[in-house]
Design a protein around this ligand. Structure first.
Ligand SMILES: NC(=O)c1ccc[n+]([C@@H]2O[C@H](COP(=O)([O-])OP(=O)(O)OC[C@H]3O[C@@H](n4cnc5c(N)ncnc54)[C@H](O)[C@@H]3O)[C@@H](O)[C@H]2O)c1
Length: 281
């Protein structure tokens, strides 16, 4: 099990983590488990979700995997009922399910011409862009609507969404993903206001660039040298390096801590080595 940057006390609280079967969601679920929360690890891939839940239990925590598709209202409602049947209440919701859809990526940074059969903005299938918008935006709004309904006036009720650097200014090649994440930042602020008097805080984390298995092909050529995109990312990151996924944990623990951030809502915390505030000159 991993090391936490610091521990907080979440005993007696139930946390629901969408995308808990993924890299960041799994790590967040383990972290909340180590802090004493009962953790509902949600995933479409039950094998991975089960693995995360059993690791939490082996470390002495309380967790269970639940099947949940964040785009399917019935699936979320059934999951909510199952979580309430097990623990009786929900305090924390982490909306982590999401990501870029490969077939919605436009391979060039800038348009040059329409020659050849290379995919470009004029030929990309808008259905793929729509799937990306749905997964990231609707996949955050719908769980917030369904789980949020039973979080009103619960102790330490709070929601953490995952935005991205693409929310500050669009990243090249991924217009759908960048637009969806900008909308998540906007929704985080909207919901913070909407729920402010009902006891639910709503914040977000905006991760910068991390070296993870699923980013490997974008970051490194087959011979192990960094891609041009990778060099651009490092150049645009004042700290001059990729982040380690564990470096997201401090922001998460701060935002869900009833003692640390009780007056913080509508905040989007960048964890990015300075990327969001550097224009290159
Ligand atoms: N890894 C990064 O560098 C990075 C940077 C910025 C933001 N993010 C965001 O962090 C979040 C997690 O990313 P990750 O790197 O852990 O990716 P990941 O692919 O490991 O995890 C994403 C998870 O979402 C799940 N998911 C996808 N569609 C779903 C659906 N319809 N219903 C339920 N679950 C679904 C996947 O099964 C997977 O478990 C995403 O929102 C991503 O956009 C990641």
């Amino acid at each position: 099990m991993m090391e936490l940057p610091f521990k907080i006390d979440l005993k007696g609280q139930t946390a629901v983590v969408t995308g808990g079967s993924g890299v960041i969601g799994g790590m967040f679920a383990r972290a909340l488990g180590l802090c004493g929360a009962s953790v509902a690890v949600l995933g479409r891939n039950m094998t991975n979700a089960e693995e995360v839940a059993s690791e939490i239990r082996e470390a002495g925590g309380d967790a269970q995997a639940f099947a949940c598709d964040v785009l399917d209202k019935e699936s979320i409602l059934a999951c909510r009922q199952a979580v309430l049947d097990k623990w009786g209440h929900i305090n924390i919701l982490l909306n982590v399910a999401g990501g870029a859809v490969k077939s919605a990526q436009i391979p060039q940074d800038q348009f040059a011409d329409c020659a050849g059969d290379m995919l470009n903005f004029f030929t990309v299938d808008m259905d793929n862009i729509r799937r990306e918008l749905d997964l990231n935006l609707y996949g955050t709004l719908l769980p917030t609507q369904i789980f949020g309904e039973v979080m009103v006036n619960q102790a330490n009720a709070n929601i953490v969404n995952i935005s991205s650097m693409g929310a500050y200014a669009p990243l090249t090649r991924i217009p759908g993903y960048s637009g969806a994440k900008a909308a998540i930042t906007n929704f985080t602020e909207w919901a913070a206001n909407y729920f402010a008097k009902s006891g639910i805080r709503v914040n977000a984390i905006a991760p910068g660039f991390f070296q993870t298995a699923q980013n490997h092909a974008l970051q490194f050529n087959e011979d192990g040298t960094p891609t041009e995109r990778s060099r651009n990312i490092i150049r645009a990151t004042p700290m001059g390096r990729y982040g380690e996924p564990e470096e997201l944990l401090g922001a998460l623990l701060f935002l869900v801590n009833p003692r640390g951030s009780a007056f913080v809502t509508g905040a989007v915390v960048p964890v990015d080595g300075g990327f969001h505030c550097f224009l290159g000159v």
